[in-house]
Design a binder for this molecule. Structure first.
Ligand SMILES: [Zn+2]
Length: 442
């Protein structure tokens, strides 16, 4: 970098951008110091969410804190305004006289769920429905900010909206209406600056973006303390992460990393020629993958070393065979996707939970809970899934200082379940009440 900086004196800014984009990511990947820029990341609708004003004591529920702490039976959670004032076992916390007591005996209280992969896709009312189902924060990894105007103006209570703006892709984009086309490094930097100015709390790159441009995007976003995530399909994941990515969306993004270069190149060229080739192609790829290979081990180890967040979105790829009609390629492929997710978690990778919001095998509004079930099927413990759904996502969003767990001083986004999710993750469907910013969700 220092040589580059010296050269910069002799070149115009445009020349410098060109030079930077041809330098291999290995030597110029964003440094940890740059990633550590602290910024108060906010939801775009922060100013529109009413703060609770009451003093409330939720009494008797088992507290599952989202941090992986030992569950606290017969707990008390005190809420003052929109803040958690105290949380712990009944014997240790005094209930102030002015507090309204809510009897939650037999229930389970968790932090509000956080969804790192929510698409609106013009489904008016879906954010409000998710909130009623316990999802208090959503992140849309690729939609114009304006797409949410209708939801925000609806007057309904909706989750905290963490938006990316359109995802960044290159010609010809897979989703033209949700994409902003980036042609060179200057355009990449400009669009990142613009989207962050508009309130983007993450930047998402799509699969046609070259590694050099991913590097430009990451450097520009990290200067503002904003994380970058990616849907990879035709860029090898480790090569892309080396360019500075903080997270990877979709377990299928690791397809290229888990097969021979020769086979992988066939797949890349197929998708390069036709975006839609990925839809069947990814099942073909994943049906051949050996998740017990050295290749798979090294990907897992690499992700642990880099601290990369992975949002598998298994629900987006789920395949359920019908009685008389079994597509064995899809069945094997989907089982491999689940097994690889479990393998990553076992290795210590930061697995988070993203629902993809509208998926084949979940009733509308319940995709988040379906993803929880699929993560359990992949071999994660119920507790690990709850952490993925709350605190790990808060870290991924960089909002863990204020959300993601039941702790003194954090914002009162809470879910009350009627049954024990540690016993059966299906309990996440049985919502008793949801608290959002200190208010009960109607
Ligand atoms: Zn998506």
């Amino acid at each position: 970098m220092s040589i580059l900086k010296e050269y910069a004196l002799y070149f115009s800014p445009c020349m410098l951008f060109v030079m930077m984009s041809v330098v291999s990511c290995k030597t110029t990947a964003t440094s940890t110091a740059e990633k550590n820029i602290v910024r108060d990341i906010k939801e775009v609708n922060a100013g529109e969410i009413t703060a609770g004003k009451k003093h409330i004591a939720i009494v008797g529920a088992t507290i599952i804190d989202g941090n992986g702490g030992e569950p606290i039976a017969n707990g008390i959670v005190l809420i003052n305004g929109n803040t958690i004032e105290a949380a712990g076992s009944a014997g240790k916390i005094d209930i102030p006289n002015d507090a309204e007591r809510i009897d939650a005996q037999g229930m389970y209280i968790l932090p509000g769920f956080i969804d790192s992969h929510f698409h609106l896709d013009n489904m008016h009312g879906l954010p409000a429905l998710f909130l009623q189902h316990g999802v208090t924060s959503v992140r849309d990894p690729g939609a114009w900010m304006e797409a949410y105007d209708g939801e925000r103006a609806s007057g309904k209570m909706i989750p905290r909206l963490f938006l990316a703006g359109p995802h960044l892709d290159a010609p010809n984009p897979a989703y033209p209406y949700d994409a902003y086309i980036v042609r060179d490094s200057l355009e990449a930097v400009n669009v990142v600056e613009r989207q962050i100015n508009q309130g983007a709390s993450v930047i998402k790159v799509y699969f046609r973006l070259s590694p050099a441009l991913i590097h430009n995007v990451c450097t520009a976003a990290h200067k503002h303390g904003i994380p970058v995530t990616a849907h990879l399909e035709i860029t090898e994941a480790m090569e892309a992460i080396e360019c500075g990515l903080d997270g990877v969306e979709h377990i299928t993004s690791f397809g290229l990393s888990l097969q021979s270069k020769r086979e992988g190149e066939k797949y890349r060229q197929m998708v390069w020629a036709d975006n839609n080739a990925r839809k069947q192609g990814r099942y073909d790829v994943w049906s051949r993958i050996n998740i017990n290979s050295k290749m798979a081990d090294s990907v897992a180890g690499y992700l642990v070393r880099k601290g990369t967040f992975v949002s598998p979105t298994l629900g987006a790829f789920e395949y359920q065979p019908e009685k008389n009609n079994v597509d064995s390629t899809k069945l094997i492929a989907f089982n491999n996707m689940k097994a690889f997710t479990g393998k990553l978690k076992k290795a210590g990778v930061k697995i988070v939970l993203g629902s993809h919001s509208n998926i084949e095998y979940a009733e509308l509004g319940w995709a988040f809970q379906r993803e929880m079930e699929l993560q359990v099927q992949s071999g994660m413990s119920n507790m690990q899934v709850i952490i993925a759904a709350t605190m790990e996502n808060a870290r991924y969003f960089r909002i863990d200082h204020k959300l993601g767990s039941i702790e003194k001083g954090k914002i009162a986004d809470l879910v009350l379940l009627k049954e024990n999710p540690l016993q059966d993750i299906k309990a996440a469907y049985h919502i008793a009440r949801v608290m959002f910013n200190g208010n009960w969700v109607p």
